[in-house]
Design a protein around this ligand. Structure first.
Ligand code: FES
Ligand SMILES: [Fe+2]
Length: 356
């Protein structure tokens, strides 16, 4: 598929359970995705139940200090092993009390001593790949995944060159959104263009320059970036003065978004998690410099909440159009929507689809 193809993906790819199953198998099961913060699993014994795409994962800080990840499913009969987060000596399944060590090995299974040849050594939790980038934990359900750095590519350097100091920021809050009634690709594609910003986000358009000349789009092998300048110091919406001269909105394929607004040290990061063909979950973890006044953060979050609410209406209304099947596909603007074309090419490529 040419990156400049003006056709969108076929609209039946946005509601078909078989397409989602393929995407789960071929994309999400083999991709690095943001899953948690390092502070959630900093101390030996700490665990956190998270998700990479559809795959439930338990992150564990082992006694030796290593950060590990396992498929969060009991090897006995499939019970989801851990919920939430906390601290444990071992991971015990609440169904029949199989007990796993923090390194994933099966330590005890009640009555297994009565079963000659019980293959205890083969029944450890299935490992996944986990890696740290600054304050972030990424996971890839594929235990043989190539290093996270290969996927991140130039992204850390890009953030740094824009003045973002990842290690100088501290986690402030997590915003959990209600699930969206939309396919995950609709949500990603809405993130990937600001063509709609002057129409649908009038307040955001006062704070940052969303015009063709002021808003830069970049594609990279594994991610794409939108770079924005502030307008009139934030246009009275929030105070855009600070160390960060421009906004950066990154999308790491297939489902991690990173937002940085112009102004003081700030960043939000979170996954796009497909629940069902027409249902998607998201959350965002927000980081700010520790001394950032709450009043500044409140203005910033008010803008973010407003834009988020506006986007929810957009994506759910797109989904209600796509799902009818009455129109076979859409038409992209090769310039303003080039990041969507890039994303769709990555989807087609990962699915091994001939074309669309
Ligand atoms: S399903 Fe976990 S112990 Fe039975
Ligand atoms: Fe938007």
């Amino acid at each position: 598929m040419a990156l400049t193809s003006p056709r969108t993906l076929p609209y039946d790819w946005y509601a078909d359970p078989q397409v989602l199953r393929l995407e789960q198998e071929r994309i999400f099961a083999h991709s690095w995705q943001y899953v948690a913060r390092v502070d959630q699993v900093a101390e030996p014994g700490q665990f956190a139940a998270v998700r990479a795409g559809h795959v439930p994962i338990v992150l564990v800080r082992s006694r030796d200090g290593a950060l590990r990840g396992f498929v969060n499913i009991c090897r006995h009969r499939g019970f989801v092993l851990c919920e939430g987060e906390g601290s444990r000596e071992t991971l015990q399944c609440p169904y029949h009390a199989w007990t796993y060590d923090l390194d994933g090995s099966l330590r005890a299974a009640p009555r297994s001593d009565r079963e000659p040849g019980f293959p205890r050594d083969d029944l450890g939790l299935l490992p996944v790949s986990v890696a740290r980038w600054g304050p972030f934990v990424f996971a890839n359900p594929d235990p043989e995944a190539p290093p996270l750095e290969e996927t991140l590519g130039e992204l850390p350097a890009l953030l740094r060159s824009g003045g973002v100091d990842l290690d100088g920021m501290a986690f402030r809050l997590r915003a959990d959104a209600e699930p969206y009634d939309a396919n995950w690709k609709v949500i990603v594609e809405n993130f990937l263009e600001c063509y709609h910003c002057s129409v649908a986000h009038p307040t955001l358009a006062k704070a940052i320059d969303v015009s063709v000349d002021g808003y830069r789009l970049e594609t990279h092998p594994t991610f794409s970036s939108q770079i924005a300048e502030p307008r009139n110091g934030g246009g009275g919406v929030y105070d855009a003065a600070g160390e960060l001269g421009r906004g950066q909105f990154h999308f790491l394929f297939p489902g991690t978004v990173i937002n940085v607004m112009p102004g003081r040290q700030n960043l939000s990061i979170g996954p796009v998690l497909p629940d069902a063909p027409e249902r998607t979950t998201r959350f965002l973890d927000y980081f700010f410099a520790p001394d950032t006044e709450q009043a500044w953060v409140d203005d910033y979050l008010a803008l973010d909440d407003l834009v988020g609410a506006e986007d929810r209406v957009l994506v759910e209304r797109v989904q209600s159009g796509l799902r009818t099947g009455a129109v076979p596909h859409g038409h992209l603007l090769a310039e303003s929507e080039q990041l969507i074309a890039h994303f769709q090419a990555l989807v087609v490529d990962a699915l091994g689809a001939e074309d669309h």
